[in-house]
Design a protein around this ligand. Structure first.
Ligand SMILES: NC(=O)c1ccc[n+]([C@@H]2O[C@H](COP(=O)([O-])OP(=O)(O)OC[C@H]3O[C@@H](n4cnc5c(N)ncnc54)[C@H](O)[C@@H]3O)[C@@H](O)[C@H]2O)c1
Length: 370
């Protein structure tokens, strides 16, 4: 069950709204700040989609949803939160401004996660004058309410304890936290995606295939393999009985062949945008983004559900986690009538259940992340 009493979401766009949905559907109250006058409508659209997906995951009934409040300022949103997730646009100057404000007004023991896709936490936490040691990158994948992965990255000033607490927090809302061992730009997921994205842009630009054909090559082929075993285990099996060593002996030399354009970046201009966007419009066959989101969500739930039945019923990979998560939600839903009262009482009488040790400590005694 979740260890978060009250969460704050700063930024309620594609990713922020996804966090809000995951938190609310876990019964956690969320206070959100987003200056966009359309934010409330956009968040409620995402909530509709998320509820729909969760109803498929937990057909017996969902937990009582947390309460969502729209704050007028960052200070108001974070005032009594013990977990804050920042999801504002990917600009360092804006991240600095927003994180400085969060840090100035959040309780000292609150953990601050940033959704950034690639900015190093070391470069962001310099703006936090009070407690930079409680900042972690908590990089999710869209849709946040369904995809379990969250990459956790600490910066130079992040305390190891903050990483541990962040791991617990994300796991408590059904996620799979993976701590990235060394801080690099774009972390692991986006580093891989960026490489594939660059190659894909080249392939379209050079007229080798269309956007739709490239997607077919993924979704009818290796995309299916990746969802269940990842890259290395799939290649291990592809090596036959001799496994990975044979696979590497066979395909190692290709690394030197002209199989990749990776080091060259296609010129990013209007012509390229037009080429890709026009082909993408054709591929959608008139389906709106919201319609595509529904199809995507149904497919993701079906894939995770199918994986949850594998491995003699124990579940495999994301399916094993999905099995536990849906059980956790069903248990929370079963507690519905008494849980809210108990939670209210606990909130009124107890301090924050899981305090982030680091922020309470003496700054002079801070240790570096390991
Ligand atoms: N879109 C993705 O697939 C994806 C995936 C993982 C991580 N991320 C990261 O998540 C973050 C947000 O990306 P997004 O795709 O949700 O962007 P988005 O443009 O959809 O949403 C950003 C939101 O932040 C709001 N905002 C702007 N200034 C703000 C401020 N000062 N305070 C509070 N809110 C403010 C905007 O009004 C908007 O609603 C970025 O750091 C991005 O790199 C994005």
């Amino acid at each position: 069950m979740s260890i978060i009493n009250k969460a704050a979401a700063i930024g309620g766009g594609v990713i922020g709204a996804g966090w809000v949905a995951r938190l609310l559907l876990n019964g956690i109250d969320v206070s959100i700040f987003d200056p966009d006058p359309e934010a409330s409508r956009k968040v409620s659209e995402v909530m509709k989609g998320a509820r729909r997906a969760y109803k498929q995951m937990v057909p017996g009934g969902l937990p009582k949803e947390g309460r969502l409040t729209f704050a007028k300022t960052i200070a108001e949103a974070v005032a009594d939160a013990d977990f804050i997730q920042e999801s504002v646009p990917e600009r360092l100057d804006l991240k600095h401004k927003v994180l400085a404000e969060i840090d100035a007004h959040a309780p000292a023991n609150a953990i601050v996660g940033s959704s950034t896709s690639g900015i190093k936490p070391t470069d962001m936490q310099v703006a936090m004058k009070k407690h930079p040691e409680r900042l972690v990158v908590g990089h999710p994948f869209n849709p946040v309410y369904l995809l379990p992965l969250v990459e956790i990255v600490g910066g130079d000033q992040t305390f190891p304890e903050a990483i541990e607490v962040a791991k617990e927090i994300y796991a408590s809302i059904g996620m799979k936290p993976v701590v990235i061992r060394k801080e690099i730009e774009a972390f692991v997921g986006d580093r891989l995606l960026e490489a594939a994205w660059r190659e894909a842009l080249w392939l379209i630009k050079d007229g080798i295939c269309t956007v739709e054909e490239l997607d077919d090559i993924m979704r009818y082929g290796f995309g299916l393999r990746w969802a269940q075993m990842g890259m290395f285990q799939v290649y291990r099996v592809a090596g036959g009985e001799a496994g990975m060593r044979h696979f590497m002996a066979q395909f190692g030399p290709c690394l030197k062949w002209p199989w990749t354009k990776l080091m060259d970046v296609p010129e990013f201009n209007d012509e390229l945008v037009e080429l890709i966007a026009t082909q993408s419009d054709d591929q959608a066959h008139g389906l709106s983004i919201r319609e595509l989101e529904k199809i995507r969500d149904d497919n993701l739930v079906a894939i995770m559900d199918a994986l949850s039945k594998q491995n003699k019923g124990r579940g495999w990979g994301a399916g094993a986690l999905h099995k536990d998560y849906t059980k956790q939600l069903a248990k929370l839903a079963a507690k519905k009538p008494t849980a809210s009262k108990a939670a209210e009482k606990a909130k009124a009488t107890k301090p924050v259940k899981k305090a982030a040790k680091p922020a309470k400590g003496d700054k002079a005694k801070k240790s570096k992340k390991g």
